[in-house]
Design a protein around this ligand. Structure first.
Ligand code: IPE
Ligand code: IPE
Ligand code: MG
Length: 257
């Protein structure tokens, strides 16, 4: 029997390879301070900077941040345009710093719905940082788990119809190869701030065996200590992937997701 293989799921010191975060609670944070929701979103950007830096220092390989969901278009027009401008400004301001720190930037989600200037910025940010190897920062923007699965199926049917792909059984591997996260490990740790305990259409396929962590902390208040607490909780879990606890302890199986 092969020995248990943990290396694909966490780094040697138990730090998750991939952390995916639903950054929730900006609006409530501002409302508690009797400030407009925009103030909360601005504070949320500061938290993003700190979290990216902290994850880089911890040796996390991939950090995925849910910035705008495919359902967030339902918000009042003013809030949507505020979020768009904040997105453009932040990208413009931070890209060189990210690059200098060896961070590779990727975007997942349907970017065709964004203003063309923003789409261009997203693409140039990805190109500028494509060879960086320190941390992969994935920004989920106009992302939805349903969208991701639909676009994967669409690619498979289109390629098959065009004769690029031979007709074949649909397998998890075939689907994964066409998801927006193709080539990235699945998240090991999912964090949602803001107290809601739901997934809100985030990475539905990829979260199959992810450890879930919910905290009442509102996103602008989520600091290094809060991240360390989430990782501590992750380290205390026994991931079984369908095996028994004994199999895991005896290291008689190879763990794969
Ligand atoms: C998360 O904070 C940010 C986005 C969805 C863009 P919210 O804006 O959802 O904050 P709450 O949940 O209303 O407090
Ligand atoms: C999820 O938060 C989306 C992002 C954080 C970008 P929401 O605030 O939109 O989620 P719901 O509507 O409360 O489920
Ligand atoms: Mg919310």
């Amino acid at each position: 029997m092969p020995a248990a293989e943990h290396s694909s799921l966490a780094t040697d010191n138990g730090i998750p390879r991939h952390i995916a975060i639903i950054m929730d609670g900006n609006g409530r944070w501002a409302e508690q301070k009797r400030m407009p929701r925009a103030f909360g979103h601005q504070a949320g950007v500061k938290t993003v900077r700190k979290v990216v830096e902290h994850c880089g220092n911890l040796g996390v390989e991939v950090l995925t941040l849910f910035a705008f969901s495919s359902e967030n278009w339902r918000r009042p027009k003013d809030e949507v345009s505020l979020l768009m401008s904040l997105f453009i400004e932040t990208l413009q301001r931070e890209i060189d710093t990210l690059d200098k720190n060896g961070i590779r930037l990727l975007f997942i989600g349907d970017r065709t719905a964004f203003p063309s200037a923003l789409q261009a910025k997203m693409q140039s940010g990805e190109l500028q940082t494509q060879n960086n190897t320190a941390l992969t920062l994935v920004i989920a923007a106009n992302y939805g788990g349903h969208w991701d699965m639909c676009q994967a199926m669409q690619q498979i049917t289109d390629k098959t119809a065009a004769g690029v792909l031979a007709p074949q059984p649909i397998t998890p591997q075939l689907i994964e190869a066409h998801l927006s996260t193709a080539g990235l490990p699945d998240p090991d740790l999912f964090i949602r701030t803001g107290g809601e305990e739901r997934v809100s259409n985030f990475m539905l396929w990829q979260l199959a065996y992810t450890e879930l962590y919910f905290t009442p902390a509102l996103w602008p208040d989520f600091d290094d200590k809060a991240m360390d607490d989430a990782i501590l909780s992750f380290k205390s879990r026994q991931r079984r992937f369908g095996h028994t606890g004994e199999q895991i302890l005896n290291k008689t199986i190879t763990l794969t997701t």
